[in-house]
Design a protein around this ligand. Sequence first.
Ligand code: UDX
Length: 439
Amino acid sequence: MRIAMVGAGYVGLVSGACFAEFGVDVCILDTDATKIEALRAGRIPIYEPGLDALVQENARDGRLRFTTDLAEAVEGADAVFLAVGTPSRRGDGHADLSFVFAAAEQVARAARGPLVLVTKSTVPVGTGRRVQEIVRAARPDLSIEVASNPEFLREGSAIGDFMRPDRVVIGTMEGEGGERAMTVLRRLYRPLNLIEVPILATRIETAELIKYAANAFLATKITFINEIADLCERVGADVHDVARGMGLDGRIGRKFLHAGPGFGGSCFPKDTLALARTAQDAGAPVRLVETTIAVNEARKASMAERVIAACGGSVAGKTIAVLGLTFKPETDDMRDAASLVVVPRLAEAGAQIRAFDPAGMGHAKPMLPGSVQYATSALDAATGADALVLLTEWNEFRALSPQRLRQAMRGHVLLDLRNVYDPEAMRAAGFHYASIGRP
Ligand code: UDX
């Protein structure tokens, strides 16, 4: 089988490389010629464990190609996937669909035969039908069937998530055309039958909503445990044990109950907002999700206040080491990271920030205040600092020696906003240690 992937961003690259690994002939298209040149030379523009090897091997074996030429990409394709961006539209929080619509129309114009046009990008309910109208208007002569196949890839473990997913969701239109689209997509995912991955076949609207509902639920689950963590602090309970006690109930589940500084990333903030807007417009507001958004925003800001309080009420003139800037470990992605709220607030309050992140500093620099200093290691960041704040739980931070950290620092305040360290060990090393929701 042959497919084209429109958009060499995070989703397009990972999905394209993984389909190639399944044995599909994949052509990835992007309008950015520099990016395509780099990919042809085997250079991967994003940080994702295992992706470079996967791309290089499949490109070498001829199953994975890169181009800026739409006609070349679409030629002979059984399916064309749209993996272009759907950023939050400035002002109203709706997803901006202009890239999706433009790409759909261009694909339709370039098509030489029937094909299935699949939206991989996260798009609000109803987008599939609008895309179908655009495509019909552009090419009334061709049967181009629109389907929805949302991705559930987590940054940092995207390849595993694609190769061993909990489920695959495929939404199609009713009628014969929809059935044809379903057949093509089922064939593409056939290798997953071997490991008995459930394939969920739904109406296109349902598939579109599953993605938003799943992300909003996970975001709400995180926000729930974050608020319980705050309560734990007031009443002397331990959120780690509360989460474990809750999570062992199979109806709740243990995952996504780690309290922290608030969720960030490329999906949760944008998707919760878009779902809330769609629901308002549809006259069925999702108030729980609206609250999740508001609580999470406030939480990030409150983290800076925590640091200030732990430093005795003022950080003016103090040096604060910040470990971890990305929204989570194993990525260089800074989108909606807690650091983007916490670091500027601390800098405004007069602190000198010394930051270190294993992968995110390049992206962080233009997004953070110019006064921030960037260290070469965690220990280098801690050297001479009055306080240390752990914002992202990179594995290498777990392995730091408390004694060496303490010796390097001038002060002894340690705020562990990811509950990575053992409170006893940190106190024994002489730290004034505080974490989230633990006594
Ligand atoms: C998410 C979804 O998991 C994925 O299915 C979807 O396709 C894209 O969005 P991602 O944004 O890469 O993936 O990361 P994820 O691991 O889900 O974490 C999102 C945010 O929630 C991070 O800021 C993370 O630190 C935070 N988080 C996650 C918590 O604070 N606590 C948790 O228990 C889990």
